[in-house]
Design a protein around this ligand. Structure first.
Ligand code: CMC
Length: 429
């Protein structure tokens, strides 16, 4: 008989089954707890609750391990290809040469925006936050591509995924061009995914932006390292919205909104602001560490700490190495990299960070690499979103195809007023 957990409440004993993952994760199944014992589980922020079984990404936070569909993340560093990783996450295995070529073709076919959508950019204030534009435009795709609102087989999933992954890049680049008052640059069907994005960001009508292989590889790597991270806040949001049978566009647009927050994807912007403040003399690295430890102050050491990792985030390590590698090749220098290294050194030798097992996370070094590509700070979280999109799609699909999936509907422990009578307005004091 498989292992059971016994819960004792008063003199009642309730037997609960244990769910096991393939890598040793064990979880007590409490889905029938209320029926069996009349109690519910209390787990604020779901820090100790598995909301699903998932076969997409494995994270071992104690040992700093991250794998996509079983493949260690480090194995993507040699010849990084974001489109291949996107396919892997969504369809569950590495694509064949033909499958990859077909998917790439679909991305190319879908790279233009509907003119109606493009016109909408003209009505957005130039200083609008790019994440607001991204979520609005992504939701808007549902107005222009209604035939893809229902995804019922692999073909329609592939079509919808290609449309989203391709158009998100165009939307992102157009939002940047709008903010700069620059003309939109249409995608170039001859360019690969990352090179095409950089082209739309930086080409001019009279001058083509030339992408170097180092920069193209670096952007591929940045997108790959952000591509999925199991049940993080935005992915859990996508799954929650999708659990109501909301369409893929709406679910991913909700993911963008969650990602925007400074404790999640928005942290890469906060990291850059912090490094800039130190660089321009607004504060010293030591003051920054002191402030992060001050519980009476909301400031945190951005790019540090993680709900799951209690060890060095492997993505942070790879991004730090990528910064060093790319900078050496391009003979590029950035004082912010030295500041980041110093902050890391200070934090990793400080008892506050040691005791709490706080290490650099994915957001600590990503901005420095994006900055070397000329990408402005307010586009960092947008780049995170472009990278995370395949993960959101993969999770939306996994849930959509799960016959046991139910609408996500947590419970609460009510602590408001007891039953109180309504008092008509003229009788209120
Ligand atoms: N600076 C200072 N103190 C911190 C930090 C930090 N960056 N992160 C955690 N702590 C403290 C926290 O105050 C708590 O202290 P105490 O035990 O005295 O109350 C302790 O460490 C445990 O942290 P926690 O708040 O329970 O951790 P959490 O799982 O609730 O939050 C986090 C995780 C990522 C939101 C948090 O570490 C944080 O705010 N980090 C800075 C923002 C950031 O870099 N976010 C990006 C996360 S990784 C990529 C992504 O998901 O987008």
């Amino acid at each position: 008989m498989s292992e059971r957990a016994i819960l004792k409440i008063g003199d009642r004993e309730i037997e609960l089954s244990i769910v096991e993952g393939v890598e040793g994760d064990r979880a007590i199944d409490i889905s029938k707890l209320r029926d069996l014992a009349g109690v519910i589980a209390y787990d604020p922020s779901l820090g100790n609750t598995a909301i699903t079984k998932s076969a997409i990404t494995f994270v071992d936070g104690e040992n700093g391990i991250l794998r996509y569909r079983g493949i260690p993340i480090e194995q993507f560093v040699e010849k990084p290809n974001f489109v291949e990783v996107a396919w892997l996450l969504i369809f569950g295995r590495l694509p064949t040469r033909q499958e990859l070529a077909r998917f790439s073709e679909k991305l190319t076919e879908n790279e233009l925006l509907h003119e109606g959508l493009r016109h909408q950019f003209q009505h957005i204030p130039v200083d609008a936050p790019p994440m607001a534009i991204l979520s609005a435009m992504m939701n808007n795709l549902a107005c222009f591509h209604q035939q893809l609102l229902s995804v019922e087989d692999v073909e329609s999933l592939e079509a919808a995924a290609a449309r989203l992954i391709s158009k998100v890049r165009t939307i992102a680049a157009f939002s940047y061009r709008r903010s700069q008052g620059l003309p939109f640059i249409y995608p170039d069907p001859h360019l690969r995914y990352c090179a095409n994005f950089l082209h739309m960001m930086f080409s001019l009508p009279y001058k083509q932006y030339i992408v170097t292989p180092e920069i193209e590889d670096a952007l591929n790597l940045v997108f790959i390292l952000h591509a999925d991270h199991e049940q993080n806040c935005s992915t859990a949001t996508v799954r929650t919205v999708g659990s109501a049978r909301a369409n893929l566009f709406a679910s991913c647009a909700a993911g963008v909104c969650a990602l925007w927050g400074p404790l999640h994807g928005g942290a890469n912007v906060e990291v850059m602001n912090m490094l800039e403040a130190i660089h321009t003399g607004g504060m010293t690295a030591e003051e920054c560490i002191r402030l992060a430890k001050d519980k009476s102050h909301p400031f945190r050491l951005y790019g540090f700490g993680h709900r799951i990792y209690k060890n060095y985030d492997p993505r942070a390590k790879m991004l730090r190495e990528a910064c060093e590698r790319v900078f050496a090749k391009l003979q590029h220098q950035d004082p912010l990299l030295d500041i980041a290294r110093k902050l890391e050194e200070l934090a990793l030798s400080d008892p506050y960070f040691i005791e709490r097992k706080l290490y650099p996370n994915v957001d600590f070094y990503s901005g420095i690499l994006l900055r070397a590509m000329g990408i402005p700070t307010n586009m960092f979280t947008v780049c995170f979103a472009i990278g995370r999109l395949p993960g959101w799609i993969a999770h939306w699909r996994e849930q959509h195809e799960d016959p046991n999936s139910r609408i996500v509907r947590p419970r609460q422990v009510y602590v408001g007023p007891p039953k109180t009578d309504y008092v008509p307005l003229n009788e209120r004091k």
